[in-house]
Write a protein that binds this ligand. Structure first.
Ligand SMILES: Cc1cc2nc3c(=O)[nH]c(=O)nc-3n(C[C@H](O)[C@H](O)[C@H](O)COP(=O)(O)OP(=O)(O)OC[C@H]3O[C@@H](n4cnc5c(N)ncnc54)[C@H](O)[C@@H]3O)c2cc1C
Length: 396
């Protein structure tokens, strides 16, 4: 693998294909594309320090030995029976032992905080799968399969802020001024296509709109119109590093255990779900997810983060007050907080027919496309598989 971070070699040559983003969708796309086009020059640009994006794992420098999935903890395929492409790919991941069936316990807490076993969440319908290792490892293994990792130039900690198309090739510019050239471009994120880019990237025009002005390509115009209507769910995840002797009340020993809160309970406790994650050292990591706007606002405006964290623990203890499985916390646990500005797309999904513009040699994949997997890993994987079929053999 050539890792070229902030070294002066990016604009010296033109890639056949550049991929923006290093989440699961980009990894699936890159591995499938390279399997069939091994001689092509491919680069992948990601602002984070590693692969995985919203389905990645926090390996804390401060708290040694902990690996906690802080975005998506697992994934579900709601229905692969009618989709052979997806079914075949999931079977491959299973055969390669990258994933396994997730038979962890899922509980639904009802209004009295009692346990119910009806599995009715968008994140648990159909078949659930778990990475053999962490969620970040899953993306890494996907891109490493068939020794493909060596074939890709990775540019981490690189934020693309500007894009141009000059009839022949794409020219990308990073925040640090690095330049990248490519014949074809894949965006696995829609940040550069969406109005939220104005604030986040501090630019005065949506980068894709700037690169392809209105009335040049109907597909691109439609795509941007759809994205005008797409919104995003902000979320907080609290990562709780429990103490040495913290355990369940029973003898449960599987990798994860999920507690989903029903709507009324979500309003009362402001938590959405709680995931217990068994660590290699047998300690229990706990991740609390919340999409409650009041809680997010109170976090943003909190004057003292430690006081805020204590309130989270108090809330946790109240929720599990009479629970037969979960012990209370002691208030001296360490907590990290992750704020997801755009944890999942919501509202309007983009039609798959707008996934590729031949004229502008640009393709798109990710969980923001239409289908049963909209807003989830299922949609990210499927859109990448479909895009790879569309672009196959096009790059000469
Ligand atoms: C807290 C949380 C819980 C979730 N729970 C579940 C769940 O239980 N089940 C489920 O199926 N899904 C869940 N999801 C959603 C799931 O994580 C996503 O659907 C999936 O990970 C999206 O993958 P992706 O590759 O499409 O996008 P991403 O993972 O977002 O990948 C895009 C990448 O592009 C990078 N990037 C963006 N802009 C630029 C730029 N300008 N320059 C360089 N890099 C850039 C980003 O850093 C990111 O890594 C959850 C998400 C969150 C945040």
């Amino acid at each position: 693998m050539i890792t070229v971070n902030n070294k002066p070699m990016k604009s010296d040559f033109t890639y056949d294909l550049l991929i923006i983003g290093g989440g699961i969708s980009a990894c699936v796309f890159a591995s499938q594309y390279l399997k069939n086009n091994i001689t092509k020059k491919v680069g992948l640009i990601e602002i984070g320090r590693g692969l995985g994006g919203r389905s990645s794992t926090r390996i804390s420098k401060r708290y040694k030995g902990w690996k906690i999935n802080h975005g998506s903890p697992n994934f579900n395929i709601s229905n692969s029976k009618n989709n052979l492409l997806l079914k075949k790919y999931i079977d491959e991941l299973l055969e390669n032992k990258y994933i396994k069936i997730d038979d962890s316990e899922i509980f639904f807490l009802n209004e009295d905080s009692n346990l119910e076993s009806i599995k009715k969440s968008e994140f648990s319908s159909g078949v659930n799968y778990l990475s053999f290792d962490s969620m970040s490892e899953l993306s890494k293994k996907i891109i490493e399969s068939n020794n493909l990792k060596e074939k890709i130039d990775f540019f981490f900690e690189t934020l693309i802020v500007d894009m141009k198309f000059n009839d022949k090739e794409w020219l990308l510019t990073s925040k640090n001024g690095d330049k990248f050239k490519s014949k074809y471009l894949i965006c696995s994120t829609n940040l550069l296509l969406h109005k939220r880019s104005l604030k986040i990237l501090k630019v005065n025009q949506i980068p894709l709109r700037k690169a392809i002005p209105i009335n040049n390509d109907k597909k691109i115009d439609f795509l941007l119109n759809f994205l005008e209507e797409q919104t995003f769910i902000p979320r907080l995840t609290f990562l709780i590093y429990t103490n040495e002797n913290y355990s369940y009340k029973d003898f449960y020993s599987k990798q994860q255990r999920y507690f989903y809160l029903k709507n009324n309970l979500q309003n009362k406790y402001r938590f959405e779900r709680i995931i217990f994650q068994l660590q290699d050292n047998n300690k229990l990591g706990i991740v609390v997810h919340s999409k409650n706007v009041e809680l997010i606002n109170s976090y943003i405006s909190a004057k003292d983060e430690d006081v805020f964290k204590q309130k989270i623990i108090a809330n946790f203890n109240n929720l599990f007050e009479n629970n037969s499985l979960v012990n209370k916390l002691t208030f001296d646990e360490k907590i990290s907080i992750m704020k997801w500005r755009a944890s999942q797309p919501s509202g309007i999904a983009v039609p798959l027919s707008l996934q590729f513009s031949r004229k502008y040699r640009i393709g798109f994949c990710g969980d923001w496309f239409e289908g049963e997997g909209f807003g989830r890993i299922e949609g990210s994987i499927l859109s990448a598989l479909i895009l790879e079929k569309k672009i196959k053999g096009l790059i000469k």
